[in-house]
Ligand binder design. Structure first.
Ligand SMILES: [Zn+2]
Length: 270
């Protein structure tokens, strides 16, 4: 999920630059985005992405704000075949083999484990075919939650994830930005972002897919098909859902438990 406001980033950048001037550190103050090669932009266009909305840094493409796809994995994206409409969506790839238990390992401080437990209980309360459980060992993990790289804060990324694999496994990594959440006072806000990233891992796209300006502000923008499918979930409304957990943007303290439409979407897929 992406932070809805970039103002704090600017403040942080200024403070960091001031701090670095004092400390004579060699780390660059602001990450320099890399140019996305034209052939990659063409490929993303062909896949249905809005190529104006793509960032590239450290070999990773950031799409829709918080979907992190490594350049080397780009070839694995499949072109979807449906035109986007608003509301709840899923990717072409879903987690298969249900009923299935998905093990989540949190390699972060206790606050993140507590928030993950809240997110897990939100899913498990829905009595889905997927059951989540937190495990204490990375060796049995299906999804590992760990700290994001330092530059996530500059990009306004609260947390990132990816989509299920073509073979039906959940995406295996969630990266959370500690600069946003270490000091958060509302643990449910942290739980909401973790639940959001878990939603991507099992195949949910953004609820305001058609126009991210709904939750992110700014100019109207269509995220495009994205090459991973944007299949409309029957029974969910045709307009953006005001409090959906899968809105593209939020703020660190904001709690968005599942709405009735979110519950319909979860129950439909799993
Ligand atoms: Zn997201």
């Amino acid at each position: 999920m992406k932070n809805y406001s970039q103002k704090t980033n600017l403040t942080f950048i200024i403070l960091l630059i001031l701090g670095m001037a004092c400390q004579q550190q060699s780390e660059p103050a602001v990450p320099q985005l890399e140019n996305v090669p034209n052939e990659v932009l063409d490929q993303l266009d062909a896949l249905g992405f809005n190529s104006n909305e793509v960032k590239l840094y450290d070999g990773t493409l950031f799409i829709e704000g918080d979907i992190a796809i490594k350049m080397v994995d780009l070839k694995d994206l499949r072109q979807g075949n449906r035109l986007p409409v608003e509301e709840h969506y899923n990717t072409d790839n879903l987690v298969s083999g249900s009923p299935r238990t998905i093990n989540v390992y949190v390699n972060m401080p206790q606050k993140y484990k507590d928030a993950t437990d809240i997110a897990i209980s939100r899913y498990n309360t829905e009595s889905l075919d997927l059951t989540f459980q937190r495990v204490s060992s990375s060796s049995s993990a299906d999804i590992t939650i760990t700290a994001s790289p330092w530059y996530y804060y500059f990009f306004g990324i609260l947390g990132s994830a990816g989509f299920p694999t073509a073979s039906g496994d959940p995406h295996n990594q969630i990266l959370m930005t500690r600069a946003y959440y270490d000091g958060v006072s509302n643990i449910n806000g942290l739980a909401t972002t973790i639940a959001h990233e878990m939603g991507h891992c099992i195949g949910f796209r953004h609820t305001d897919y058609m126009d991210r300006s709904y939750s992110c502000g700014g100019a109207a923008d269509n995220e495009g098909d994205g090459g991973v499918g944007d299949n409309y979930i029957p029974g969910t409304p045709s307009g953006p859902d005001a409090n959906s957990w899968m809105l593209a943007c939020g703020n660190p303290e904001g709690d968005r438990p599942f709405t009735s439409n979110d519950q319909i979407a979860l129950d439909y897929l799993y």
